[in-house]
Design a protein around this ligand. Structure first.
Ligand code: ADP
Length: 373
């Protein structure tokens, strides 16, 4: 299996490859990238370079992704040449372009925050939209953003207009209502080549500064919300038609779910499944993409808490975290840099509070700059 990108997701895919009969070849920009450690082979090249993609395709039976920072046209070209790409370009378009995603979900009557897509701050649809809102909107660059990069929260009308002007230099701007959030949850659904789906249990995600800092299983929501999430996930999966893991991030507001965004790959909100579920999201992604039957997605623990480790001002290492008892430490083998996701820590057990405390203890020992929310 060729994997475009060699970050921590590809690293964790490679770690389970042999368990599910899959050899991985990662396309990395340098040998220092995380997945160089677990891939059976490493090819050096850029995700947007046609020559590198052809080399990867020639060496693989099927291609999948570590990230969506790809050139869709090149992916379409590979498909035309008969290369198996999973998820395919049709599905990937949803994750590559948030504006496309919002439009398609709205057309399908799926719940999304109210939005407009504009090309400049003088776009005629902007003023009437802003007038409808009770506070300033959230602004998003439809392409290339992750971990809150490309998401802006203006505090005044003046700021809204000037930020739209800045963002519009690189293309369309997604302007959406700022919801009063009761929380955020994530739903993972795996889809096989034959359209079979399997749902992981819903989890709560906790954000700080636009970045996910903690994930908790089980989700702290009503049964009605959990059921609604399952129904929406099945509808989204059949609309998008991806193969592999599909991650859906939902906003919870007024006892209702709104789709924030989707990803067509294993996702940060599913790292807990490595220790907490019968089949991890990484194993299931490889099973689906390689055309095998999907694995059991049930939880095998009562509680799981995953905390991300984000680099602070001082270099840190996972060593001290390994001395904290009752936690699993995942080191992405990345060079330390402030603001960079360096690893994650998971704690499982019968007591939700204890799992939370231990996971944070581990993350702090590892040197995370993020504060417990
Ligand atoms: P990214 O793609 O970079 O992860 P998101 O679109 O998920 O960015 O936004 C990051 C965070 O910003 C969200 O998890 C949420 O906490 C907050 N956010 C984004 N959009 C809205 C919105 N419409 N209303 C309220 N909060 C929002």
């Amino acid at each position: 299996m060729g994997i475009i990108g060699a970050g921590q997701l590809a690293l964790m895919m490679g770690e389970v490859g042999h368990d599910v009969g899959v050899e991985t070849i990662v396309l990395a920009t340098s040998r220092d990238e995380p997945a160089s450690l677990s891939g059976d082979e490493v090819l050096l090249g850029e995700a947007k370079d046609p020559v590198a993609l052809t080399n990867l395709a020639n060496a693989s039976q099927v291609i999948t992704f570590d990230h969506e920072l790809v050139d869709l046209e090149l992916i379409v070209t590979l498909e035309r040449e008969g290369i198996a790409v999973r998820p395919g370009s049709h599905a990937l378009r949803f994750a590559v372009d948030k504006a496309y995603q919002r439009r398609r979900f709205l057309e399908a009557a799926l719940p999304v925050p109210q939005f407009v897509i504009v090309k400049s701050n003088t776009d005629p649809s902007l003023e009437p939209f802003l007038e409808k809102l009770s506070n300033e909107p959230v602004l998003k660059a439809p392409r290339g953003g992750y971990d809150g990069r490309g998401v802006l929260f203006p505090r005044s009308r003046e700021e809204t207009l000037s930020m739209i002007e800045q963002l519009s230099v690189s293309g369309e701007v997604l302007v959406e209502e700022r919801l009063e959030l009761d929380g955020e949850v994530a739903q993972l659904i795996v889809r096989g080549v034959d359209g079979e789906v399997a749902l992981y249990p819903l989890v709560t995600t906790v954000q700080s500064q636009g970045m996910c800092v903690e994930v908790r299983y089980p989700a702290e929501v009503s049964e009605a919300i959990a059921a609604q999430s399952g129904v929406l996930a099945r509808r989204i999966a059949s609309l998008v038609e991806g193969v592999g893991v599909l991650a859906i991030e939902f906003f919870v507001a007024n006892e209702e779910l709104f789709i924030n965004e989707i990803a067509l790959r294993p996702h940060n909100s599913g790292h807990w499944t490595i220790e907490g579920a019968a089949t991890s999201q990484f194993a299931n992604h490889l099973l689906a993409v390689s055309g095998q039957a999907l694995g059991d997605t049930s939880a095998i623990v009562a509680n799981a808490v995953m905390v991300n480790v984000v680099g602070g001002d001082e270099p840190s290492s996972p060593q001290a975290a390994r001395e904290v008892s009752g936690i699993f430490v995942h080191d992405y083998a990345k060079a330390w840099r402030p603001g960079r996701k360096l690893g994650h820590v998971t704690s499982v057990g019968d007591d939700a509070h204890e799992a939370h405390v231990r996971a944070w203890q581990g993350a702090r020992a590892y040197g995370t700059v993020m504060k417990e929310v």
